[in-house]
Every structure is written in structure tokens, then in C-alpha cells.
Write a protein that binds this ligand. Structure first.
Ligand SMILES: Nc1ncnc2c1ncn2[C@@H]1O[C@H](COP(=O)(O)OP(=O)(O)OP(=O)(O)O)[C@@H](O)[C@H]1O
Ligand SMILES: [Mg+2]
Length: 462
């Protein structure tokens, strides 16, 4: 994220900042600056760009083809779906993600070799990381939650750069995401960390994501937990000492660390919990003065969190269950993936906008079948079917997690590979696969939803 261009964007009316992310191949050794210049020239050679979109055509340029893996045209504050060259102010970010296995464990042990002391309190991974590639785009929310988070970071950088007096205007570098299970809170924290490491690469030479294992911070030795927190933050401080490194700290399920102190004070909680909350709050207050750190936290139970922690969060964001429209997009992305990998026969699932158009022009009671040969009619049929599925999922209050497993359950329960194989082909991964028609898949998914509805009713009756 570039603060300077954003400031000038205000003065240069009608030129929207457009972020272009360029991922390099693992083995590429080209200089980032060189690639940036080539990409800048290549992108500027287009009269118009779709936003967001994946850029094509660079594969014909040897200097890019040798090093580049993908060029993504990312979000812009402008709501248009495409922008002309004259309307864009390009920010090209070149990055080379680390391989997924570069995780380190982080112990809070005293180093005296005692097993009891060696609690694995956190894991650290280098950013950007291949493990989190594509995560940001895969998360779909009804509102502008993702942009809001990026804008928050942007704002903090802008004010830091302007040198505002922290006694007069201050913030805590803490974000709290809360909401029902499976709504993508943890994923969004990781995706944001990845995004920031790419966008801030011109400021920080490296970035890390440190995920705290909240449960491990409770020592089995009574009264030791506060010290474990202290030790963990000593290590975090060491990471932050490197001023050219950016650190995102993720405290998942933060309610387990910051159980409301009210309970502790009333004598219903062991006082060890109190020590943990106090230690954490003290450490957070120290971290807020460091520019190169962001604390992301998540919770299912915001009411169980100590109010002093909630008060320290600059952004407290509720992440709700997906709307019908978000569900459509999630289901569409699942289906497009199984089609792209050759598990489902080729089919074109319309975008949400197209499907909504079909819905508007379709009269209730119109009969659409998949038997039609007309590609437009077929798309219309598929769009309406997926919309219908989305309505059912919404009425079931399904989470993003539940939606993403629908295809696997449909395959496992209703499509058993042998029974559905209509043709036997070789998938893109080279293995022999039974390629079922999309319609059979949609039937399977509808059956899974029905089945889950009955299961829910059983649960509620108990
Ligand atoms: N809004 C969403 N859009 C797309 N995918 C989603 C969404 N919400 C959840 N998912 C998917 O569901 C899975 C679970 O998400 P995640 O673990 O981040 O949820 P969570 O909110 O942290 O859940 P919990 O509260 O149980 O810890 C991920 O694979 C994620 O991609
Ligand atoms: Mg989670």
C-alpha cells in the first residue's frame, strides 16, 4: 500500500490508484525493479483494464515470460468494472512468495531444557507465502470488509508518515474480527497479512506472520501463565526490533486468552486467567508505539472477551454468515474449480450479475432444462439453479466453511465415482477420472443441503 500515491490521488482528480500484483516464479532471479518497469510498460500499453482481472498476453514478452507466474489487476476504490489508461494511476507490486513449508515453531521455554517449559506458543511463517496465495480473492463478503481493513492500514501509515503526535491522535494497531463459526475470520487475518506483505514491500524488506496458540499460554503450573505471555511477547519484540521487517500477530480465538476479567474478579475464574489478561493488555500497550506491527484477533464469543481488550481494538468487525449473493459467488468458485480441474464436464457458470439478470427476466413457472443445446439457455439454466441452491443454503444459515465442503459431500454421498462416470477421461492431473455432468453435481449438492437440513432438525429436537 502506497501512502504517497494515495495522497497525490486526491490532488490528481479522476485518476484512480490501481494495484497490480506480479507474482514471480520460485526460481526467478530477475531484479524486482526490472520486472516492475517491464510490467508498468506492458500494462500501460492497454487502452482499458478490467478490474479486478488476471492480465494475459505478457507470456509473449521474453523478459516477463521467463520470470513471471501471474499478473493480477487488483481492487481500486473506484466502483467501475473497467478503467481507461487515462483514469488509472498504476502501482506495481512485484513479489516472490516463500514456499509453504517455511514455518517455524516458537517456544516460550526458558531454555533450561525442561520439557514442561517448552510450550509451543506460536508459529511463524515468512510472508508472502505460497500457502496463502489466492486466499484473499477466495473470501467473499457482502460488504466492503476487505477494503475497509486495507484502508485502515493505509490510514495508520498516512498518519505515521505525517508524524502526528501520538499523544493527540493515537491508535492501537489491534483489529478484532468476530462472528459465527466458519465465516472466514482466521482466513481473512492470514489473507490480510499476505496482502500487506505484498503491498508494503517497498517499505519493508521482509514480513512475517506469527500465529499465537492461545491455549498453550495457560501453564499447567499455577500462576505461571502470565509469565508465558510475557516471554512470548519478549520474542515478538525481538522480531519487531528489525525495523525493516513487518510483523502481523494473529491471536486466534482471543476469548480464551482474554476471558472477561469481571468473571475473575467475582471469584468464578482462577486468578491465572486474570494474570494472562493483564499481561496481554500491558504488552499490547507497549506494541502500539511500534510502526511495523499489526495485531489481528478473532473470536466467536465477543461478549466473553474482556472489555478492555475490545476497547483497544481500532476496528471491531462483525463477520456475518454469507448472504445469498455471497453464497452464489462461493458456490460458483467451487464449481469453476472442479470444472477447471476436469472433475466435472466443461460448463459455463454465469457470474452473479448475469444470473441475477436471468432471474429478473424469467417468469415464475418457466421451465428450464439442462437438455437444451443453446449455450445461452444452458447458462441461464445453470445460473438459476445455482441461485436456487444459494437460496436454500441461506435459509439453512450455512457458513462459508459448510459451503466449501458441499462439492466433496455431493461427490462422496451421491455421485460415487463408479456410479456417475458418464465418460472416462483423463483429468488435468493425469489421473483417470469419472467426469460427471454439472447437472448431476448440482442434484448431489441439493441433496446434501436437504440432508443437512434434516440433521439440523434432529439436533434442534434433542
Ligand atoms: N465468506 C467466505 N467466503 C469464502 N470462503 C469462506 C468464507 N467464509 C469461510 N470460508 C471458507 O471456510 C473455511 C473456514 O474459514 P475460517 O477457518 O477462516 O473460519 P473462521 O471464521 O475462522 O471459523 P471459526 O470461528 O470456527 O474459527 C475456509 O476454507 C474459508 O475459505
Ligand atoms: Mg477461526
Amino acid at each position: 500500500m502506497d501512502t504517497k500515491p494515495a495522497v497525490s490521488a486526491l490532488s490528481e482528480a479522476k485518476r484512480w490508484p490501481v494495484h497490480v500484483e506480479v507474482r514471480l516464479k520460485s526460481r526467478a532471479s530477475a531484479r524486482f525493479d526490472t520486472i516492475r518497469k517491464h510490467v508498468q510498460t506492458f500494462v500501460a500499453s492497454h487502452d482499458r483494464l478490467g478490474i479486478p482481472s488476471v492480465l494475459e498476453g505478457w507470456q509473449d514478452l521474453p523478459e516477463l515470460a521467463a520470470s513471471v507466474e501471474i499478473i493480477n489487476i487488483c481492487e481500486t476504490p473506484c466502483t467501475k468494472q473497467s478503467l481507461s489508461r487515462a483514469e488509472m494511476m498504476l502501482h506495481v507490486h512485484v513479489y516472490q512468495p516463500s514456499d509453504g513449508d517455511s514455518f517455524e515453531e516458537f517456544a516460550t521455554g526458558t531454555g533450561n531444557g525442561s520439557e514442561d517449559d517448552d510450550t509451543m506458543a506460536a508459529s511463524v511463517c515468512e510472508l508472502p507465502n505460497r500457502s496463502w496465495e489466492g486466499l484473499w480473492n477466495s473470501l467473499i463478503y457482502a460488504g466492503d470488509i476487505k477494503l475497509k481493513l486495507l484502508d485502515y492500514i493505509h490510514a495508520t501509515l498516512l498518519l505515521s508518515d505525517a508524524g502526528v503526535d501520538f499523544n493527540l491522535v493515537s491508535w492501537n494497531r489491534v483489529v478484532l474480527l468476530h462472528g459465527p463459526p466458519g465465516t472466514g475470520k482466521t482466513s481473512l487475518c492470514r489473507a490480510l497479512a499476505q496482502k500487506l506483505s505484498i503491498r508494503l514491500s517497498h517499505r519493508y524488506s521482509h514480513a512475517r506472520l506469527l500465529e499465537i496458540n492461545s491455549h498453550s499460554l495457560f501453564s499447567k503450573w499455577f500462576s505461571e501463565s502470565g509469565k508465558l505471555v510475557q516471554r512470548l511477547f519478549n520474542s515478538i519484540n525481538e522480531l519487531i526490533e528489525e525495523e525493516d521487517g513487518f510483523v502481523v500477530v494473529l491471536i486466534d480465538e482471543v476469548e480464551s486468552l482474554t476471558a472477561a476479567r469481571a468473571g475473575a474478579m467475582a471469584g468464578t475464574e482462577p486468578s491465572d486467567g486474570l494474570r494472562v489478561v493483564n499481561a496481554l493488555l500491558t504488552q499490547l500497550d507497549k506494541l502500539k508505539h511500534r510502526k511495523n506491527v499489526l495485531i489481528m484477533s478473532t473470536s466467536n464469543l465477543v461478549n466473553a472477551i474482556d472489555s478492555a481488550f475490545v476497547d483497544r481494538a481500532d476496528i471491531v468487525q462483525f463477520i456475518d454468515l454469507p448472504t445469498r449473493e455471497a453464497i452464489y459467488e462461493v458456490l460458483r468458485s467451487c464449481l469453476c474449480e472442479v470444472i477447471a480441474k476436469g472433475v466435472v464436464a466443461p460448463a459455463k457458470i454465469p457470474t452473479l450479475k448475469q444470473a441475477q439478470m436471468f432471474e429478473v427476466v424469467t417468469k415464475a413457472g418457466d421451465d428450464h432444462t439442462c437438455k437444451t443445446e443453446d449455450p445461452h439457455e444452458k447458462q441461464k439454466y445453470l445460473g438459476l439453479r445455482v441461485l436456487k441452491l444459494a437460496t436454500q443454503c441461506r435459509s439453512q444459515q450455512m457458513s462459508g466453511r459448510a459451503l466449501r465442503r458441499l462439492p466433496v459431500l455431493a461427490l462422496a454421498r451421491y455421485l460415487g465415482m463408479g456410479s456417475t462416470a458418464q465418460t472416462s477421461e483423463t483429468g488435468t492431473n493425469g489421473s483417470a477420472t469419472g467426469v460427471a455432468d454439472i447437472d448431476i453435481w448440482l442434484d448431489g449438492m441439493a441433496q446434501v443441503i436437504q440432508e443437512q437440513m434434516k440433521e439440523r432438525e434432529h439436533l434442534q429436537q434433542q
